[in-house]
Design a protein around this ligand. Structure first.
Ligand code: ZN
Length: 147
């Protein structure tokens, strides 16, 4: 089995059996994300204690890529500090949207989604959960952006 097949297996596994799927009743913050291009909808719930994301879950319905991405994101950021999450997010988005090979942060399993880059229509599916995560964290800060 080559690496590419292995990556596809992982994506399929996460889309069929998403980790951290459901709602957190006592969530510190949450946000809704929608990708109209594909019809993906995701809701991200976070429990933030101090400077750390101690729990995360997501709900919603979407394609295999968006579900797998949200599931992998949850595994990657649970227990991490907000700074670590921020650098993971920017590295992940950079992996999918830029052509440079820079890799400042070890993305671990998130790297399985790199192949999505070859399908520009699906990039928004893979990044939806991360944009929704960012929106939830913004809400927590009470910051309102006018952009
Ligand atoms: Zn999608």
């Amino acid at each position: 089995m080559d690496l590419r097949n292995l990556y596809q297996e992982l994506i399929l596994d996460h889309s069929k059996h998403p980790r951290n799927f459901g709602e957190i009743e006592e969530a510190t913050c949450h946000a809704n994300g929608h990708n109209p291009l594909c019809g993906d909808k995701v809701k991200v719930y976070l429990t933030v204690e101090g400077n750390r994301i101690t729990d995360i879950s997501f709900s919603g319905a979407g394609c295999a890529i968006s579900t797998a991405s949200a599931s992998l994101m949850g595994e990657a950021i649970k227990g991490r500090s907000l700074e670590e999450v921020e650098s993971l997010k920017s590295s992940f988005l950079e992996m999918l949207t830029s052509n440079t090979e820079s890799e400042p942060v070890d993305l671990g399993k998130l790297r399985v989604l790199e192949g999505v880059k070859e399908f520009p229509m699906r990039v928004k599916c893979a990044t939806l959960a991360w944009h929704t995560l960012a929106a939830a964290l913004t809400q927590r800060d009470g910051t309102v952006t006018s952009e």
